[in-house]
Design a protein around this ligand. Structure first.
Ligand code: 3TV
Ligand code: ZN
Length: 479
């Protein structure tokens, strides 16, 4: 018995040292085989994994507003700071009721404030909050649910440095009481809803795992699209106040950078409850109602008209033309944009309706990605110059393929009789005949709300025989 205890202690010590090693996560799978398995978390959520699912309902949080009389336990477990949550808190917008258990955080360091676990289009946030729930309809508690495929649901919130958060201060002000591993303090209840972004209807959803050993693939992940902000000094206190070592340990180990690196997608898809490029999260280059007009003007190719209408800020190359030059051009043309568009539409025998419009959303996505990468909003004009103009070439039209109606593509191609146009037309013909393209999306495992659901209820994008190819689906405008 003593030998068994000694062996167990040795194993736990070994596990602890592996977990704390600098490159510990590479070795997790030696002791925790699931960590080397499939459907691991976090992941990098890139546009190519995303599928819009209009059936995803807004997340509904119940009893998240806790009274100050309700004492919560704030603890340092050596890996994170955690708040235990009362079992009357639950989520109802999933196929089962999921009851709250705890929330905790992942963060970077004061010097490198990049510590979110999930990444979205190459962006890593300063931190990430996880609110862990277990399936209380099927399992009696967290310990039983933790390794079940439909056992857990975690809500993830990205944390960005910006405005001060009074909600985060409700517990950050007690951090000094839990500096060392194993320490706990009681904190008064507060409105946990205020730790979330205002929009609970915009999120990513996928099947994944615990991001820490034993990495069970038991988590239905929901990551909200919009981050919350905390002030720099709030972030610094989170990143510097805590140690992963015990009070009595000879060398104090700072607790920061406690995030796992992104894992393989393993043929998973990520459902989005919103259309990428729409909403406040994306840079609003133009109001949506103006976009359609802008796109049509781009299709006409009459960029100077855009400048005349005050849109030249969006098209820096045009803006660089001296104003008089633009005026001259306008005088020479001697007609208004609307007329121009009408003529063009008639010439092309094309009624430019909502189902035949060019995808401008992808331009926004490109711009958004570039801006996030460069962290330099003042580069907007340069970025637009780089992104909008290449977008005008044929290859870029095809990049928008899933948002373009086939007639639109054909009209674009017919007006540009180049080799490239011929090639692209061939591709479309192949797509029409249902052949699989190298550029077409790979078949991926769609996430399920619960793995026990009937396959018919799994959200799928129609492919192949009897269904329209995604290239042929028209873009839906959201005016
Ligand atoms: F449930 C957890 C998580 F979802 C736990 S506690 C159970 C582990 C045995 C945890 F520590 C986590 F880090 C996560 S997480 O996947 O949300 N990070
Ligand atoms: Zn976590």
């Amino acid at each position: 018995m003593q030998l068994r205890t000694a062996l167990t202690s040795a194993l736990l010590l070994r596990a602890a040292s592996l977990l704390h090693g600098l490159d510990g996560e590479q070795h997790w799978s030696r002791l925790f085989p699931f960590c080397g398995g499939v459907f691991q978390s976090p992941i990098h959520i890139s546009s190519d994994l995303l599928r819009f699912d209009p059936t995803l309902p807004p997340v509904q949080l119940h009893n998240y507003h806790l009274p100050p009389t309700q004492q919560l336990t704030l603890g340092n477990n050596g890996h994170s700071v955690q708040i235990s949550l009362p079992s009357r808190m639950y989520i109802s917008s999933l196929p089962h009721r999921y009851t709250a258990a705890q929330l905790h955080f992942h963060w970077g360091s004061a010097a490198r404030p990049l510590g979110s676990e999930h990444m979205v289009n190459n962006k890593q946030y300063a931190g990430e909050m996880h609110v862990v729930h277990f399936n209380s309809e099927k399992y009696p508690n967290m310990s039983v649910a933790v390794d079940k495929s439909d056992g857990l649901a975690v809500l993830g919130v990205f944390i960005e440095i910006g405005d001060f958060s009074p909600a985060f201060d409700q517990f950050l002000k007690f951090l000094n009481g839990v500096k060392y591993r194993g320490q706990k303090v009681q904190v008064p209840g507060f409105n946990v809803r205020n730790l979330f972004p205002s929009r609970l209807d915009e999120y990513y959803r996928y099947d994944g795992s615990l991001t820490t050993p034993p990495c069970y693939p038991s988590v239905l992940w929901t990551l909200f699209r919009n981050p919350v902000t905390i002030s720099r000094s709030q972030f610094v206190s989170l990143a510097t106040a805590l140690f992963s070592s015990h009070l009595q340990d000879s060398t104090p180990e700072p607790l920061n950078g406690n995030f796992r690196r992104p894992q393989e997608a393993n043929s998973r898809v990520v459902l989005a409850s919103f259309k990428e490029g729409s909403g406040l999260g994306a840079p609003t280059i133009t109001p949506r109602c103006m976009r359609k007009r802008l796109i049509h003007q781009l299709m006409v190719g009459d960029l100077a008209d855009l400048a005349d209408e005050g849109l030249y800020q969006l098209l820096p190359s045009v803006a660089k033309l001296p104003a008089t030059n633009r005026k001259e051009q306008r005088a020479q043309r001697g007609h208004k944009t609307q007329k121009n568009m009408k003529n063009w539409s008639q010439r092309k025998n094309l009624s430019v309706g909502p189902d035949q419009a060019l995808c401008f959303v992808s331009v926004e996505q490109q711009v958004s990605r570039r801006l996030h990468q460069s962290h330099a909003d003042h580069l907007l004009l340069q970025t637009l110059e780089d992104e909008v103009f290449p977008e005008l070439n044929l290859r870029s039209y095809l990049d928008c393929r899933s948002d373009l109606a086939l007639p639109t593509i054909r009209h674009i191609l017919s007006s540009r009789p180049t080799d490239e146009a011929w090639e692209l037309d061939q591709s479309l013909t192949k797509a029409l005949s249902g052949q699989r393209k190298t550029t077409a999306p790979k078949k991926k495992k769609p996430p399920t709300h619960s793995r026990k659901q009937a396959p018919e209820s799994v959200p799928r994008k129609p492919h192949g025989h009897g269904h329209p190819h995604p290239w042929l689906l028209p873009m839906e405008w959201e005016d």
